[in-house]
Design a protein around this ligand. Structure first.
Ligand code: ATR
Length: 285
């Protein structure tokens, strides 16, 4: 009697998150959960690339049949340079956090800003349309948020930074690249006095337990204050905002939503995010 042959099973599509360091990344956990939830057969791993070896690591992964990658610190600019085509939001961000590999094409996307907007609008139920927004910072995090925030049609977007010239440069570059989008007003922290509906902290000040020095009058009971950073406790920015009447939220939801956008780009299936968010929040507490 012939022994039954094992049914041949197609191997799962492979994805990685590339960075240096990388062991701390929550992306494999998040994507594994999305895959289970949506019944997608994928394999998602950490990939530590040497500091001078990002391109080689990506090309090797592509040769091995890799389908896509998330890219994190310090490689987002190199991923932008490596991409053979870019989405509009990656162009606007000037950085890439998601790569998709397809028949020799390396598509570069940036899902950070759209993840931020999804967390604010869909999870926190805060309206951006018609509202006055203050975005703090002019580095990579702020740049990545600009286009998705403007596409949500705020009444006004004020960009404030410690180094004013960097905010002005960013606003100018943005206006040149996207002439159809609303004008961004650039200024320094000392120019902020009036109350805003939404204040987003895209500086890395929270990492040093510092609060961008803007007047407390910018915050009030109508203000929603969002810190892109997250941790076990509220950030000092959230504590300051809260002390002046604002509602607050940290960036954990943004992390989950940007991952969901990458997953959607690769798999064309939109995962539920609430379960993953709750699990990560529980791990933090
Ligand atoms: P990221 O990619 O996280 O945005 P980045 O490009 O290094 O990192 O930018 C860091 C941002 O945080 C900048 O806007 C920086 O302000 P400067 O342009 O003046 O350097 C801002 N930042 C960092 N530490 C800060 C602090 N203690 N107070 C206020 N702003 C701070």
């Amino acid at each position: 009697v012939p022994t039954p042959t094992k049914a041949s099973k197609t191997p799962p599509d492979c994805y990685v998150v590339i960075g240096n360091p990388i062991a701390h990344s929550k992306s494999p956990t998040i994507h594994a959960r999305f895959a289970t939830e949506t019944a997608q057969d994928i394999d998602y791993q950490h990939l530590l690339a040497p500091l001078g070896g990002f391109e080689v690591a990506v090309q090797t992964f592509i040769k091995q049949g890799g389908k896509g990658a998330n890219v994190t610190v310090p490689f987002k600019l190199l991923a932008y340079a490596l991409a053979t085509s870019l989405t509009a939001r990656a162009q606007a961000a000037g950085a890439v956090n998601t790569l998709a590999f397809n028949n020799g094409e390396i598509l570069g996307d940036n899902t950070d800003g759209v993840g931020l907007v999804a967390d604010i609008v869909s999870n926190a139920n805060v309206t951006i349309a018609g509202k006055r927004i203050l975005l703090l910072g002019a580095g990579g995090a702020a740049r990545g948020a600009l286009l998705p925030l403007l596409q949500a049609k705020p009444f006004q977007l004020v960009l404030a930074n410690r180094t004013v010239s960097k905010a002005q440069e960013l606003a100018q570059q943005f206006a040149q690249k996207f002439p159809d989008e609303q004008h961004i007003v650039a200024c320094g922290f000392e120019d902020i006095h009036d109350q805003f509906d939404l204040i987003i902290n895209a500086t890395s000040a929270s990492l040093q337990a510092e609060v961008p020095p803007i007047a407390h009058t910018a915050f009030g009971a109508q203000t929603f204050a969002y810190d892109m950073m997250y941790g076990q406790q509220s950030t000092v920015f959230m504590q300051f905002a809260s002390a002046h009447g604002a509602s607050v939220r940290d960036g954990l939801g943004m992390l989950v939503e940007q991952a969901a956008e990458s997953f959607f780009l690769w798999r064309a299936v939109r995962p539920q995010t609430s379960g993953v968010y709750a699990a990560l929040r529980a791990q933090l507490s």
